[in-house]
Design a protein around this ligand. Structure first.
Ligand SMILES: O=c1[nH]cnc2c1ncn2[C@@H]1O[C@H](COP(=O)(O)OP(=O)(O)O)[C@@H](O)[C@H]1O
Length: 211
C-alpha cells in the first residue's frame, strides 16, 4: 500500500487521531465551451475560507457518528442540499503529512460520487443560496476545467492554484482512476501548471513592489 495509505478499518482503529472526510462530486456532460471544446465532465471543488482550493467536507468524530453520516452532515452545511454519501463511495484513507516537527494526527478520508448533471446544477444553486456556510467557511463552488486550450489554459492553469492538504493529488488520482482524463493529458496540463507557477511567482514579486 502507498506510503501513508490506510485501510478504512485500520484508519478507524487509530486512537487519538482526527478524521477529515471530503468528496469529489462529478457528472458527465455533453456541453461544449465556445460551442466546440467538449467539457466532458463536471467536477466540483470549492474555494475555502482560507483561499485554498479543496473538496467539500470536513472534520468528523467517528465516536459520535459514522464517517459517511458526518460527511453527509458537512455536505448539507456547505452545499445547502442533501447529498448522501455511503461506504461504497469511499476511495482511500491516508495519514496526512506532518506540517510541523510534531507527527501528524490527521487522517483524511476521500470519497467520490457520480451524479446526474442536473443534480450537480442543483448543488451549485443551493450552495450559493441555502447553504449556511456560503460566504463563511466556503467562498464558492467551482468547476474544474478538464479541457486544455492551445496556450495551456484550462486544467493546466487551474492546477497551478494553491490547494489544501493533498486535495490536488486527490483530484489527479481521481481523474486517472475514473478515466476522466488520460495520463498524457494530465502530464501536459501539469507541465503547463509548472510554467504558470513560475510566472505567478514573478507576478507576485511585481505586485509586492506596488505596496
Ligand atoms: O479537500 C481536501 N482534501 C484533503 N484534505 C483536506 C481537504 N480539505 C481540508 N482538508 C484537511 O482536512 C482538515 C479539516 O478539513 P476542513 O477544513 O474541511 O474541516 P472543518 O471545516 O470541519 O474544519 C483541514 O485542516 C485540512 O488539513
Amino acid at each position: 500500500m502507498a506510503s501513508g495509505q490506510l485501510l478504512r478499518a485500520e484508519a478507524l482503529a487509530c486512537t487519538g487521531h482526527r478524521h477529515a472526510c471530503h468528496v469529489m462530486l462529478y457528472s458527465d456532460t455533453k456541453s461544449q465551451l465556445f460551442g466546440r471544446i467538449p467539457i466532458r465532465h463536471v467536477v466540483l471543488m470549492q474555494v475555502r475560507f482560507d483561499g485554498l482550493l479543496g473538496f467539500p467536507g470536513g472534520l468528523v468524530d467517528p465516536s459520535k457518528e459514522t464517517l459517511e453520516a458526518g460527511l453527509t452532515r458537512e455536505l448539507l452545511e456547505e452545499l445547502g442540499v442533501a447529498v448522501p454519501v455511503s461506504e461504497e463511495d469511499h476511495v482511500e484513507s491516508r495519514l496526512a503529512p506532518a506540517v510541523s516537527a510534531a507527527p501528524s494526527n490527521l487522517i483524511t478520508h476521500f470519497y467520490v460520487k457520480k451524479m446526474e448533471e442536473e443534480q450537480i446544477r442543483e448543488v451549485e444553486k443551493a450552495s450559493a443560496s441555502t447553504a449556511v456556510d456560503h460566504g463563511l467557511e466556503v467562498m464558492g463552488m467551482v468547476r474544474v476545467p478538464l479541457f486544455s486550450t492551445k496556450r495551456g489554459g484550462g486544467l493546466g492553469f487551474f492546477l497551478s492554484h494553491s490547494f489544501i492538504g493533498n486535495a490536488r493529488s486527490q483530484l489527479i488520482n481521481s481523474l486517472l482512476r475514473l478515466h476522466l482524463l488520460s495520463a498524457p493529458e494530465l502530464q501536459c496540463a501539469l507541465r503547463s501548471s509548472l510554467k504558470m507557477h513560475a510566472q505567478s511567482a514573478e507576478d507576485l514579486k511585481a505586485a509586492l513592489a506596488l505596496c
